[in-house]
Design a protein around this ligand. Structure first.
Ligand code: CO8
Length: 259
């Protein structure tokens, strides 16, 4: 498959997807959404692929936002009739296998929102996160006001959205937006290593773990706990559960079937 705005390569069981519009700081236009939706769909459908990494080309940006040049001449009816941005939910968020955002440089507006769609964010020490849409007379439209608030709490989310200021990697880690910071030069290698470790896990269990944590953001505690218990019970019926526990007792590594 060929893509116009992204690069996709497979490294064993890990798919590496690179946003590739460095001249526009990897701004997210309709073609990027189309390409990413196809790439994430192919990743999800390919049984040889078990974890993905999304990163930006160039050192300056993961993505500097939705493409302002594409939006500048659209009016409200255009945005409404196209249900602008709705494709991110179906094309990217709906991915069932785990994936990591590896962020170096700017992750602003839609770029920050795209990073937050990942299961977790690994940050290079040059990462800068922000929701500067207010400075354009708008507001986040790809989940920023919701996911950022859930990730860092109301005070910081309000501060970010109302002032449009950027958060550096250290602040993002303290606030819980990113899981870890590594030197920018080592980021990709670290992210690929982390993804390979996830890819080596029993893959159905990885998908279920992902789903469980996502449910924590989408339901109340009682419903979340019940869903967790049911999903746990379903996992106990897998060959990998039998193998994992037997391998532990026999003091040997497990050999996974992914089911
Ligand atoms: N869209 C399009 N092009 C961009 C974008 C963008 N978001 N960001 C940067 N570029 C382009 C620049 O126009 C420039 O291209 P050119 O040289 O052809 O003009 C090139 O990338 C390099 O950018 P700069 O020269 O500006 O680089 P600097 O190092 O001086 O500045 C910044 C870097 C600070 C990142 C700066 O580029 C910037 O502020 N970018 C915009 C950041 C931003 O506002 N992002 C939010 C966009 S809006 C959004 O994501 C969600 C909107 C929700 C709307 C909801 C409607 C329904």
């Amino acid at each position: 498959m060929t893509y116009e705005t992204i690069l996709v390569e497979q490294r064993d069981a890990v798919t590496l997807i690179t946003l590739n519009r460095p001249q526009a700081l990897n701004a997210l236009n309709s073609q990027v959404l189309k390409d990413l939706s196809a790439a994430f769909g192919a990743f999800d459908a390919d049984p040889t692929q078990r974890c993905a990494v999304l990163t930006g080309s160039g050192e300056k940006a993961f993505a500097a936002g939705a493409d302002i040049k594409e939006m500048v001449d659209k009016d409200a009816a255009d945005f409404f009739l196209e249900d602008f941005f709705s494709g991110w939910q179906t094309g990217v968020v709906a991915t069932r296998k785990p994936w990591i955002a590896a962020v170096r440089g700017f992750a602003l507006g839609g770029g920050c929102e795209l990073a937050m769609m990942a299961d977790f964010i690994l940050a290079g020490d040059t990462a800068k996160f922000g929701q500067p849409e207010i400075k354009l007379g708008v507001a986040p439209g790809m989940g920023g006001s919701q996911r950022l608030t859930r990730a860092v709490g109301k005070a910081k989310a309000m501060d970010m959205c109302l002032t449009g200021r950027m958060m550096d990697a250290a602040e993002a880690e303290r606030a819980g937006l990113v899981s870890r910071i590594v030197p920018a030069a080592d980021l990709l290698e670290d992210a690929l290593k982390t993804a390979a470790a996830i890819a080596a896990m029993p893959s159905m269990a990885a998908m279920v773990n992902k789903e469980m944590v996502d449910i924590a953001f989408e339901t109340g505690l009682a419903q979340g706990l019940l869903t967790e218990r049911r999903l746990f019970q379903i996992l106990t019926a897998t060959q990998d559960k039998k193998e994992g526990m037997t391998a532990f007792v026999e003091k040997r590594p497990g050999v996974w079937q992914g089911r």
